[in-house]
Design a protein around this ligand. Structure first.
Ligand code: C5P
Length: 316
């Protein structure tokens, strides 16, 4: 029996600009993002079943082991698409925090698509996988391919950028704090809708005015110090106001010498860019000493150039 084991990296947003509502009126926003995969990753194990059932197992108390889990929905979607290939047991070893703005659920769903393509010998093309991924969520297509990418539209129109592999980053999140992504976007809409671009022409103009040409230039130059000056996340405008403790994490990262710091996605994870691994370890230690709070979790990690990939971790 073949068992597939995959690593499913988390992502951070180096840039997230909200242009307006999507013009097709589906409740989603038109975005300009730069997304980056990091080495903090969940492990997913896929074991074939003889019957048609899909079974999810995860020890994390906040992860539902039922059909509401995005990993379950990914397997169901593929089953529907390709017909009778049997069922699957999906074991999720959760390392990425939940409700964190790190695409933890999306990357698990992406891993299930990649793993089942192999397990069921489907031979799906990258374009077919991307199309299935987009049906599951806005971040799932990026999670498939990972690396560094410009993401437009709903977040699913991807252009790969030059690899930033190896840049050191520290992630910080309060264990007990989770932010709902729909809440963050809806609150942003309530507060800023007056500034939204309303027509394709206005959207294009707003994209050109804002956008991220400086960030893209510093990425091309692999210049982490300058890149840090161009980080942006429009959702900070609502989330940091609602959660001052997240703002405080950001401020303290800066005081302790981070090159740049920003909230990721809809938060509440805050990341800090630093010069190297040693600085990352030192920054984690300094943050832990400063806050003296067992609820605060810190992860030193790195930018990575991979998306979902096979790994050889020991069996459960
Ligand atoms: O696509 P996903 O399920 O991850 O989106 C979660 C929620 O985030 C959506 O229901 C929507 O409220 C918000 N969202 C948005 N515009 C996007 C992506 C997400 O408004 N481009």
């Amino acid at each position: 029996m073949t068992v597939y084991r995959l690593a499913a990296p988390a992502k951070i947003n180096l840039f997230l600009q909200i242009i307006g509502d999507r013009l097709e009126g589906n409740g989603f926003h038109e975005l300009v993002m730069v997304m980056q995969a990091v080495t903090l990753a969940d492990h997913i194990e896929l074991v074939p079943r003889l019957d048609d059932d899909i079974y999810i197992d995860c020890a994390h108390p906040l992860v539902p082991c039922d059909p509401s889990n995005l990993a379950y929905r990914a397997a169901k979607l593929l089953q529907k698409q390709v017909g009778d290939r049997g069922g699957v047991d999906i074991y999720i070893e959760k390392r990425i925090p939940v409700g964190a703005g790190l695409a933890g659920g999306s990357t698990n769903a992406a891993a299930v698509l990649v793993g089942l393509d192999l397990l069921w010998d489907l031979g799906l093309t990258q374009a077919e996988l991307q199309s299935l991924a987009a049906q599951l969520g806005s971040d799932v297509p990026f999670c498939l391919s990972g690396g560094t990418a410009l993401a437009l539209g709903r977040g699913d129109e991807l252009t790969p950028l030059i690899s930033l592999e190896g840049i050191s980053v520290v992630l910080a999140k309060y264990r007990s704090l989770a932010v709902s992504t729909p809440w963050a976007y809806q609150t942003y809409r309530q507060q800023f809708q007056a500034n939204y671009a309303q027509t394709p022409g206005e959207q294009e103009q707003k994209r050109l005015q804002g956008g991220s040409p400086e960030l893209l230039r510093t990425i091309a130059q692999h210049d982490v110090k300058n890149l840090s000056q161009y980080l942006k996340n429009d959702l900070e405008n609502v989330v940091l106001r609602a959660y001052p403790q997240v703002q405080n994490l950001r401020q303290t990262f800066t005081e302790l010498g981070a090159l740049g710091t920003m909230m990721s996605g809809s938060g509440p994870t805050v990341f800090a860019l630093v010069e190297n691994d040693l600085k990352a370890e030192e920054l984690c230690q300094a943050m832990a000493e400063k806050f003296q709070d067992t609820d605060l979790e810190l992860w030193p990690c790195k930018f990575c150039s991979q998306g979902i990939h096979l790994v050889d971790f020991p069996s459960r």
